[in-house]
Design a protein. Structure first.
Length: 410
């Protein structure tokens, strides 16, 4: 085995120019593939994190029929007692109650359909960091106001042509099916990665919307739960809450936003297929190069056969040559990727539009921060070793077809 490895190394070093160009071409392919995978990972991570942070929290509690029609009448009763009961479970960091109503908002210039979210700012900021998304000069999250306040996204504010202290009319449906309408004044404008959320979600005080829509103080549509940071999975907490409150709907983010979950799975599958196609194309190129090498080294292979090197040894030698080429290329590609990713992870990759994903309704981000998972490096390494073995078969068959006497004569 050591002799075979030494011969493989000597053969690679003997024609340094060819080895260099082969390695360079492989490095370009693997580097591009890993960088594409990293950008895809970063997009998926930011999409999911944005949904969890600003929309769904870790766990949500609703009335069992809430998602059937999304009607205001599907609300939770005795929410104060429910919150106390839920808070007894281990692993829960914070909770907040919300009222959610589909409504309509009008300014002097324009109008839009929105989701009205009634919040208690003191508890809501412990679960959702909307207050952190309000930049300097864009108002506040219900900390300083004189009239009935509303907080909205920057995209929606641009669409309506409003700014801080602008007057708006908000309309919606009460829990009994009647319509309400009231005047609000903009007290804060937030900006988040998820542009669809930024364009459709407005926040008002829980007490104000409860009075307008006819809800009692302990009637809400949902309770959002933020788990402790050391909790890796919400499954056991969801199971516990389902057993404690069988008449309620306990949900995680994939249940609330299944399109995001499907998009995440689809992108992960696409990334794996992408890197597999790139490595397969590289292996085809290597096979072509090694076949040319076989014809170039006919006399050498004939001599090795004449000296008694068996078919297995020849196969091993060619396989080790290919493995060394690919592993050296992978090592260089990994160094390049980590260097590039260390820069991009701080500065991000600007994204001006992702129209295909935006049309699916899953939201877009302004800037992607790439991430490369160690599992994907292991996958690529394993795939390279497998392709090295497969790429060795055809050149070896060509070598085994060489007659030693004729090869040495030529």
């Amino acid at each position: 085995m050591l002799l075979t490895i030494n011969l493989a190394i000597i053969n690679l070093m003997r024609n340094k120019k060819r080895s260099f160009f082969v390695i360079a071409s492989i490095v370009v392919g693997i580097t591009g593939g890993l960088l594409g995978v990293s950008i895809g990972n970063g997009y998926v991570n930011q999409l999911v994190n944005s949904v969890i942070r600003f929309e769904t929290a870790d766990v949500l509690i609703h009335e069992n029929t809430f998602f059937d029609q999304m009607e205001p009448s599907a609300f939770l009763k005795n929410s104060d007692q429910l919150i106390k009961s839920v808070n007894l479970n281990n692993g829960i960091n914070a909770l907040t109650a919300r009222i959610k109503i589909n409504g309509y908002i009008r300014s002097a210039l324009s109008s839009a359909n929105v989701e009205i979210i009634g919040v208690d700012p003191k508890t809501d900021r412990l679960v959702f960091p909307i207050h952190e998304a309000i930049h300097t000069g864009k108002g506040n999250y219900f900390t300083d106001y004189n009239r009935i306040p509303i907080v909205m996204g920057n995209l929606l504010a641009d669409q309506l042509g409003v700014n801080i202290n602008s007057r708006l009319v908000l309309s919606g449906q009460t829990k009994n099916g009647d319509l309400f309408s009231s005047v609000f004044w903009v007290c804060g404008i937030y900006s988040v990665d998820n542009k669809l959320f930024e364009k459709k979600s407005v926040f008002v005080l829980l007490d104000e919307i409860a009075v307008l829509s006819g809800f009692k103080p302990d009637e809400v549509h949902e309770i959002a739960i933020k788990l402790d940071k050391n909790i890796q999975s919400s499954d056991h907490i969801v199971s516990a809450l389902e057993s404690q409150h069988p008449g309620l709907k306990i949900s995680k983010w994939p249940d609330i936003r299944p399109e995001i979950f499907v998009t995440k799975s689809y992108i992960n599958l696409t990334l794996n297929i992408l890197i597999s196609i790139i490595l397969f194309a590289i292996s085809i190129g290597i096979i072509n190069i090694m076949i040319l090498v076989v014809y170039e080294r006919r006399r050498e292979f004939g001599m090795l056969r004449a000296l008694g090197m068996n078919k297995v040894k020849i196969f091993q030698m060619i396989m080790f040559e290919i493995i060394f080429l690919l592993l050296i290329s992978l090592f260089i590609s990994t160094l390049i990727n980590f260097t590039v990713l260390s820069f991009l992870s701080q500065n991000g990759v600007p994204v001006w539009s992702v129209e295909g994903v935006n049309m699916l309704g899953v939201g877009t981000v302004d800037r992607i921060y790439p991430v490369l998972r160690w599992q994907q490096l292991i996958f690529v390494t394993g795939l390279i070793i497998l392709l090295s073995f497969l790429s060795s078969i055809i050149p070896t068959l060509k070598v085994l077809g060489i007659h030693p006497t004729e090869a040495m004569k030529n």
